[in-house]
Write a protein that binds this ligand. Structure first.
Ligand code: CTP
Length: 442
């Protein structure tokens, strides 16, 4: 079995020396490692160090082209199973976010089709600068995995966030990313997302504040992992997810019809939408004028889409629901799990800052039939991957995972044992991102 190739891009910060440890650890894990450096990086550490560790030449000059039969940055990009940029300086983050390509590291980033993992390192004030944060946000939204820097004493003398994540933590992220690659191939995942709208009259409606971000993140993650994805979306301000079949709905009744139709072909149904629970018993076909006085609305319940889908659940199908709770998350989540006959409920702790509607982060508890796992605050795309990890575990237990396990290479299949919480706590401490920081510079 060919070893996966991890391409490591090193940019010019004091933490560049830690990239040597990173390459050494990746090598020990059995990966082929190819190193690209910016000119500035070579002022901190010699290419020869990486060449000796990886047994491959290091590319610094985009135009050197040592092998006339290929174009170096395309060949190395095509060979990559993952591209890790560590350390990523503020300058490189800016270039990545804006598609600039004036060195080997950033030029290759545009050509790479494999997952991009970015580990920033810089002075705390630079890291907190809105420009840097916006660039990181752009990269996150584009699907890059950001390994957050840790906190501690920085090379510049300041104490704060900006230390490159520990190489061991970066390796764990690489392993998790490679394990997930294509592990949903052959499966059809249906996701519902966003609010629904119940019209009162032609200009007024009932709805809620759901942004759809969580459902869209799940659709994106499932698609990245090789699933055929159908996203049933209420009205949201988000762009369609590339590679995903989009169906737009307006009312809860519309969503019900689309869901029942999609459900017949689904292996996994994930109900992340927040459908309106009530609608006017009758819709006015003309605009209610103020001169008519205050209208009295009689409401009725809308159909429960997930409950209806669940009633038609066939063996081999996995159903995931969401629940927004402010207290007794696990108890309330399990009540919903049982009531709607679900395999997993993702409880959103909406009382937590940074959790719930509209924001890009979420803090959830995954409630299964016999166990529950509280995850720390993290980006919705990370939550999405962890939900899908759990779905795959449930399906493997139910024996409905098909041939998926056979599609993994041995090196891609590690870290599969242990509970989700255990695996996750190895990756990060709550609120600190994917690295734990501490210790000395940088
Ligand atoms: N759901 C649905 N159709 C509805 C309402 C909710 O499919 N009309 C789905 C949501 O997508 C979510 C789950 O059901 O997956 C939420 O369950 P629900 O019992 O409605 O819980 P809450 O919305 O949290 O409301 P409550 O706590 O009042 O029961």
């Amino acid at each position: 079995m060919e070893k996966p190739t991890v391409v490591v891009g090193v940019s010019g910060g004091i933490a560049a020396y830690k990239a040597a440890t990173l390459c050494s650890l990746l090598n020990k894990q059995g990966y082929e490692v190819r190193v690209l450096m910016t000119e500035h990086a070579t002022r901190f550490i010699q290419p020869l160090t990486f060449q000796s560790l990886t047994k491959h030449p290091v590319i610094v000059d985009t135009f050197a082209e040592p092998d006339p039969s290929e174009i170096a940055h395309i060949a190395v990009a095509d060979a990559a199973s993952a591209y890790v940029i560590a350390p990523a300086t503020a300058n490189v983050l800016g270039k990545l976010a804006h598609g600039l390509a004036d060195d080997m590291v950033t030029t290759t980033a545009l050509a790479v089709q494999a997952p991009l993992i970015v580990a920033p390192a810089m002075n705390v004030h630079m890291y907190e600068h809105p420009a840097v944060q916006e660039n990181l946000q752009v990269l996150r939204e584009r699907g890059a995995i950001i390994v957050d820097p840790g906190s501690g004493l920085l090379a510049c003398g300041y104490t704060g966030t900006g230390r490159l994540a520990e190489p061991e933590d970066i390796v764990r992220v690489v392993e998790a990313v490679l394990k997930r690659r294509r592990d949903l191939a052959g499966q059809t995942v249906v996701v519902t997302a966003g609010p629904t709208i119940e019209d009162i009259d032609p200009v007024r409606y009932l709805s809620n504040a759901s942004s759809g971000k969580m459902g869209y993140a799940i659709a994106q993650a499932a698609s990245n992992r090789g699933a055929k994805v159908r996203l049933l979306s209420g009205p949201v301000a988000l762009k369609p997810v590339p590679g995903v079949e989009m169906t737009y709905v307006r009312s809860t009744q519309d969503l019900l019809e689309a869901a029942l139709q999609a459900m017949s072909a689904a292996d996994v149904f994930i109900s992340a939408a927040a459908p309106a629970d009530f609608r006017p018993a009758s819709k006015l076909d003309h605009k209610w004028k103020k001169s008519q006085g205050v209208p009295v609305l009689t409401l009725e319940s809308t159909p429960d889409v997930l409950a209806a889908v669940s009633e038609r659940k066939k063996s081999g199908q996995t159903l995931v629901g969401f629940a927004a709770e402010t207290n007794q998350a696990v108890e309330n989540g399990r009540e919903k799990l049982n009531r709607k006959n679900l395999d997993l409920v993702v409880v959103n702790d909406v009382s937590e800052p940074g959790s719930g509607f509209a924001v890009d982060t979420n803090k959830v508890v995954l409630v299964g039939k016999d166990q529950s796992q509280a995850l720390p605050l993290m980006s919705k795309s990370e939550v999405a991957d962890l939900i899908l990890d759990e779905v795959l575990r449930i399906r493997a237990r139910q024996g409905s995972q098909g041939d998926v396990s056979k599609q993994r290479t041995p090196k891609e299949g590690f870290g599969n044992d242990g509970s989700l919480e255990e695996r996750f706590s190895k990756q990060r401490t709550p609120k600190e991102g994917l690295s734990s920081g501490g210790g000395q510079t940088p």
